[in-house]
Design a protein around this ligand. Sequence first.
Ligand SMILES: [Zn+2]
Ligand SMILES: [Zn+2]
Ligand SMILES: [Zn+2]
Length: 101
Amino acid sequence: MSICSFLTYKELNAAKENESQDYTWHAVASWTWDAQDETCGICRMAFDGCCPDCKLPGDDCPLIWGSCNHAFHLHCILKWVNSQTSQAHCPMCRREWQFKE
Ligand SMILES: [Zn+2]
Ligand SMILES: [Zn+2]
Ligand SMILES: [Zn+2]
């Protein structure tokens, strides 16, 4: 390998590295849900999908956080809260459920 082609090889590798770093950064940046867990604790569906009652993920099936910082699909936690006869508790940590302001 001549010095010249060695340099080119190194440059190519550096460019590849930058490319993959860029890709990682974009992948992280496009992750908009700030969820601790990637699945809903009630329906076990992924947060980047929607609850079993909805067909399309997105604004129609939003995520909601409780004061305990657990996140659920809005539809799932509403069903859960409505199914409780007394004060609802978070299905994950059993703390009193309050919607986070
Ligand atoms: Zn859910
Ligand atoms: Zn839904
Ligand atoms: Zn909780």
